[in-house]
Design a protein around this ligand. Sequence first.
Ligand code: GTP
Length: 591
Amino acid sequence: MENIRNFCIIAHIDHGKSTLADRMLELTGTVEMRKMKNQMLDQMDLERERGITIKLQPARMEWKGKILNLIDTPGHVDFTYEVSRSLAAVEGALLLVDATQGVEAQTLANLYLALEQNLEIIPIINKIDLPAADVEKVSQEIVNLLGCKKEEILLASAKTGKGVEKILDAIVEKVSAPKSKEKNLQALIFDSAYDEYRGVVIYVRFFGGQIKKGDKIKFVASAETTEVLDLGFFKPHWVSAKNLADGEIGYLITGVKDLEKAKVGDTIVSLDENTKALTGYKQIKPMVYAGIFPQEGNEYHKLREAILKLKLSDSSLIFEPTSSQALGFGFRCGFLGLLHLEIFQERLKREFNLSLIVTTPTVAYNIYLRNGEKMVLTTPNEMPDPSKIERVDEPYMNIEIISPQKYMGELMEYVISQKGIFKNTQYLDEDRLILSFDIPLASILVDFYDSIKSISSGYASLNYDFSDYRSCEIVKVDILVAELPVEALTSLVYKDEAHRVGKRIVERLKDVLPRQQFVLKLQAAVGGKIIAGERLSALRKDVTAKLYGGDVTRKRKLLDKQKKGKKKMAQVGKVEIPQEAYLAVLKRDQN
Ligand code: GTP
């Protein structure tokens, strides 16, 4: 055990985490240089395009007689819980900061989590080969942040390989070896994957005992029992081993078929021993809900298959079948956050070629009813009658925005306009600030990040995590098109904003809906009361224009024909609502 060093890399998006991991694998001879590209960079297009942290495969390397286990920290804030589990599986963290960008919001968020776990932090400034690198300034930021000495900061270029050997040496010297705390088998699940051929593959860190093929094991939280079918190390591909023991990091393949039963954060113990679970297992609750419907009714089964497939590798996704008069059969899905929702939706479209209607996302409201019952409201259409409601609580987030000082005024104004409550400001260096706020999750659901980026010309970065539930006043705003409610456009809004939001939605609808052959009424209503209305005038083609002074019977015939056409539309009673109409409703006010 004294030869093992377990560590992770924490960094903001694009600061060079994957590139550094690649160099390490190369230098330690774990992966041959010519195989490099496919080994580490073979990831989902979507992840690459968006620059969200690509899932690094855990990797076991050897360096100067020591075993170095690198594990990944999922990068995005939606997955903070998984990040904290990853950090719980290691003893040290490389804090990687881009020499041209400096410390960013996500660097901070993950650093705080690493400090909470008492990890040894090794600060590194990366990309020193770039002409725009400002090592002096970034060093000062890191010194201010960590209270470390400037000399302790390693300088590197993951691209050229400069300084990477020193990083490997520092891991050996500074990160402590795992310490034994438990003699029975005790292993933490820090990640899992679904492989088409091998099924559920569980990634574990051992905190006690050992395990070999054929052993009977138990998952403490899910109470599932099973047998170990295979096990091994990450090199970085899966390589079978005889056994895995205390202090090690490796993978297990068991009889478990369902990712639900082997959740990240759960503890694995021996079936015949009563070993305790490691601390920190908690059920992750979805924060954001949306309805997902196929645009073509006959694609329901295809959608269902697709969701089931994605669920295999995404244990935090929650879904249940639902149906709506307007949208037919679909699913109500719960997500950890907006990014989670976006990615899920994109994957359904790209990987399964589905056309979807996604209803306005809504946060999970806790509703306390006068009769003493409590419910979690996840869809606007289930909002109980207001007279039955005692109180509604909504989720609040802590947010941190790191920005150059010159955008501070405008950022403050914007966040406060979105119901943000200012907490404090901290200086990162002379011209960069950390602004902290509490803000309703509902405020940051749509457009918030884009607005922060546009106000700061792209310089500000944002991080958020769940804070608490606070009371609020919400009402359900229905949207009626041709006097019929359009379920997918119903939304829950703050009572004091209902008029404004209702008005804005019908105005936008007027702009995006195609004109019909009859006058189209567009209305917003709260509790049956119309609060805003617009009329979209009819598209009346003068079919008789060409018949100037002509034959009356022909004229009547044409008019009759037109009338018939109108009747058909009216009979359908449903106006085709294009996808951009739904999007228009999602967009919030920019002022
Ligand atoms: P995500 O996986 O998207 O979170 O980013 P990451 O932190 O893993 O960063 P990645 O390794 O993908 O690097 C981001 C970009 O920076 C890539 O275009 C790299 O080629 C580039 N890069 C990484 N390290 C260096 C470096 O030391 N010097 C230079 N010039 N470019 C670098």
